[in-house]
Design a protein. Structure first.
Length: 131
């Protein structure tokens, strides 16, 4: 199942959220975890839209060590994140937003990895495991 949404405008953020909710529901996530997942997707998709201009968010089922989960892959070929450590600090925002951003996403999921190269783009993988 390859479920990706290209992010080029604000409506794509809504589409990515909806896709995430549908996949989460199909996998058996409860409403609270569905909300966490869609919030994480929304934040990642918004970052692509605001900072990179375009990219994609992919949402798929994942399995490891006998457990089932949902993986969110956010990728763009934007400017990258200059200071990753600063970007992962609570309250840090370059867009004037609330700054929940990446630290917020990390708290909403069970596994979070980020790889960003200035001038090349950013790849984020976030996994929420079904309890």
């Amino acid at each position: 199942m390859d479920s990706c949404v290209k992010i080029t405008n604000e409506w794509d953020i809504v589409a990515a959220r909806q896709l995430g909710r549908n996949v989460a529901k199909d996998l058996g996530f409860g409403t609270v975890d569905q909300a966490r997942i869609t919030t994480a997707i929304s934040e990642l998709a918004r970052n692509i839209y605001l900072y990179a201009g375009q990219g994609q968010v992919c949402i798929e089922k994942t399995e490891a060590a006998g457990k089932v989960g949902l993986i969110i892959i956010s990728e763009d070929q934007g400017p990258g994140i200059q200071d990753l450590r600063k970007a992962m600090e609570d309250g840090f925002s370059t867009s004037g937003g609330l700054g929940a951003g990446l630290p917020g996403v990390k708290r909403l999921v069970d596994e979070f990895t980020i790889d960003s190269t200035p001038g090349e783009g950013t790849l984020i993988r976030a996994i929420k495991w079904l309890r």
